[in-house]
Design a protein around this ligand. Structure first.
Ligand code: SAH
Length: 218
């Protein structure tokens, strides 16, 4: 925790205030955002921008999402303390860390080996013990650990991956960015009900693409 009155603590307070101002109401989500030190998830060169409300570049040409979008998607997912959550697209591990403060267990899958290794080490060092990071193709989900109460995808899907719908438990919720890779995308919320799938379109966003297969390069 930042020292009260210090530059860091003022920055952290403004960070939370800006999330509230933009409409994040859920206290548990705000607390989770407060508890995860974003400066440890950004590249050292971007340390000063860690609490600015924007996406930042990470290794392998990927990005750590904008804090507002992380908080928004987390709030819309409606995560509870008994939930097992699957995240597709570990990236820096930041979103997985936020989810881990709200859920019983988080399984996060990433297609770049380098990102898997860095995120795993980071989360262990920071003592996020209920997150398991898996290397692989998240379009296939992680079937051997299914079903999941909640699924969050953090890369844009052109079509909704059927494997993820299949791995969602009854009453489960999935939140994902949906749309063309270079066009307009929106967050979708999908709820698996006994009568079928319910789909809601939420805010417009811009995400890196969800790509098939494990990355060939590191
Ligand atoms: N949640 C991340 C943001 C990651 S950006 C964070 O908090 O930092 C999206 C990530 O999805 C990238 O790291 C990208 O490599 C990964 N990705 C894209 N397609 C994937 C797939 N099919 N399976 C697993 N990961 C994928």
């Amino acid at each position: 925790m930042a020292r009260p009155g210090s530059q860091e603590s003022v920055e952290r307070m403004e960070f939370l205030l800006s999330l509230r101002r933009r409409g994040i109401m859920d206290q548990a989500v705000l607390r989770a955002m407060d508890e995860v030190p974003r400066e440890h998830f950004v590249e050292p060169a971007f340390n000063e921008d860690a609490y600015a409300d924007r996406a930042l570049p990470i290794a392998c040409g990927q990005t750590i999402s904008q804090p507002y979008v992380v908080a928004y998607m987390t709030e819309k997912l409606g995560v509870g303390p008994k939930h097992r959550v699957l995240e597709v697209g570990t990236g820096s591990g930041y979103q997985a860390a936020v989810l881990s403060r709200l859920a019983r267990e988080v399984i996060s899958i990433e297609r770049y080996r380098t990102l898997v290794d860095v995120a795993r080490r980071r989360l262990t060092t920071l003592d996020f013990t209920n997150v398991d990071i898996v290397a692989g193709d998240g379009l296939e989900g992680v079937p051997d650990r299914a079903p999941y109460d909640r699924i969050m995808v953090t890369a844009a899907a052109e079509t909704i991956p059927q494997a993820l719908i299949d791995q969602l438990g009854e009453g489960g919720v999935m939140v994902l960015p949906h749309g063309p890779h270079n066009g307009s995308q929106a967050i979708l919320r999908i709820t698996k009900e006994p009568s079928g799938i319910r789909q809601e379109t939420l805010i417009a966003v811009r995400f890196v693409p969800l790509l098939p297969g494990q990355a060939r390069e590191l």
